[in-house]
Design a protein around this ligand. Structure first.
Ligand SMILES: *Cc1c(COP(=O)(O)O)cnc(C)c1O
Length: 397
């Protein structure tokens, strides 16, 4: 009798309907206009944007827009299909050479989304009889990649090297081992302990893959990410990044040895069976990379802004976990409380969003603020005042 599809439909109808009825539903909200790198119009009102992944303030940059427009004029809006067959353009090669140089690797390969990139990497590298060892807070795309691969998935406690070592020890000696972590964890804003990870991977003969979605452009003096942050160039075997955050286009990439990239080019299913990135997105990504390298002051600015925001929030009494980056969680507790915080903030003109279960554990629901290089000190101060008022009104601080 029980139809599980109907049960799922009912579950979401009830959950979304109840939240909407209470005026606490904030997801899928259309942005009506981008007024500046830090201001948007939502529901007819202008708000300060504190939920953006455009960490370097490059979304809408005229140089990126011009590059995208020129690419459309020259090549059109799509490609002749998948990369392996007729879809590859000279533009893809240029971007991949630039990404290989940027990551200081022999080669790089782009994919149509960061999500697809993680599916591609893990499923091409490991399979049945192999073991993938993931941090408990790894991004969902990494876990989905593990599922697609068919390898055994083992998870270690967040950033806990002793627990990782236990997992490595327990793996069968003949199994190929792949350790996969986020460089910057997308819900907590903390950083993976790269030096310890590298040491353990070497000791136990495991490969190391790192997802740089939130560290590209944010960590290291020139925004090159977690290796630059720790002064450990070249220690990661498989470097993954997205073209949808600090680089405000769409897509993802893998960088590594020439042999590894050759393998991905011919064996990664999301590469082989999905259309190539379209010309304007490729050109915009390349232009963004160029601007980022030419203007390292943007990297310095996002770091200084993030540091200021974190210090002031801690001083106000907010629990922001161990955030060390531009992602700053303001822990609220219940889902309800996080929704109410967001409503208070949006009513006061600051666009932020909630993260609730199951994306984070029950009782750890939060408002997640992100800050960019484009924010001025005045804008951050203005947001801080709003966070403080809302936090006090709801007893969060
Ligand atoms: C955003 C994100 C992805 C997915 O990237 P998209 O380009 O949005 O598909 C992968 N990993 C992490 C850690 C992310 O935050």
């Amino acid at each position: 009798m029980s139809d599980r599809i109907i049960a799922k439909i009912e579950y979401w109808r009830e959950r979304v309907g109840r939240t909407q009825a209470e005026g606490l539903y904030f997801f899928n909200e259309p942005v009506e206009a981008i007024l500046s790198p830090t201001r948007v119009r939502v529901r007819g009102r202008e708000m300060l944007m504190f939920a953006s992944y455009s960490y370097l303030g490059l979304l809408g940059d005229p140089r990126l827009n011009a590059a995208a427009q020129a690419a459309v004029a020259e090549f059109g809006t799509g490609t002749h299909g998948v990369r392996l067959l007729a879809g590859t353009l000279q533009l893809h090669h240029e971007l991949e050479v630039a990404l290989a140089n940027f990551t200081n690797r022999e080669a790089a390969l782009t994919f149509s989304s960061g999500y697809a990139t993680n599916l591609a990497a893990i499923s091409a590298l490991v399979g049945r009889r192999d073991v993938v060892i993931c941090d408990k807070l790894d991004h969902a795309s990494l876990l989905d990649g593990c599922a697609l691969s068919g390898a055994e998935l083992v998870r270690f406690h967040h950033n806990d090297l002793a627990d990782l070592e236990r997992c490595l020890k327990r793996a069968a000696p003949e199994a190929t081992k792949l350790v996969v972590v986020d460089a910057v964890f997308s819900m907590d804003g903390d950083i993976a302990p790269l030096p310890g990870l590298v040491e353990l991977c070497r000791a136990y003969n495991a490969w190391l893959m790192v997802d740089e979605a939130h560290s590209l452009g944010v960590l290291g003096a020139t925004g090159r990410g977690i290796e630059e942050h720790f002064g450990l160039d070249g220690v990661i075997d498989v470097k993954m990044g997205t073209l949808s955050k600090a680089i405000p286009s769409v897509g993802g990439y893998l960088a590594g040895s020439a042999g590894l990239i050759q393998l991905f080019r011919h064996a990664a299913r999301p590469f082989i069976f999905s259309a190539a990135l379209p010309p304007p997105q490729v050109a915009a990504a390349k232009a963004a990379l160029d601007v980022m390298l030419a203007e390292p002051e943007r990297v310095a600015r996002v770091q200084a802004n993030a540091c200021y925001l974190r210090e002031r929030l801690r001083a106000l009494g907010f629990n922001i976990l161990n955030s060390e980056t531009a992602i700053v969680p303001l822990i609220c507790g219940s889902d309800e409380c996080a929704y109410q915080m967001v409503r208070e903030c949006q009513q006061r003109g600051v666009f932020v969003l909630p993260v609730v279960s199951p994306a984070v554990p029950k009782g750890m629901a939060r408002l997640r603020a992100t800050v960019t290089a484009a924010h001025t000190r005045d804008e951050i101060d203005c947001a801080l005042e709003v966070f403080a008022e809302a936090g006090r009104a709801l007893g969060v601080i």
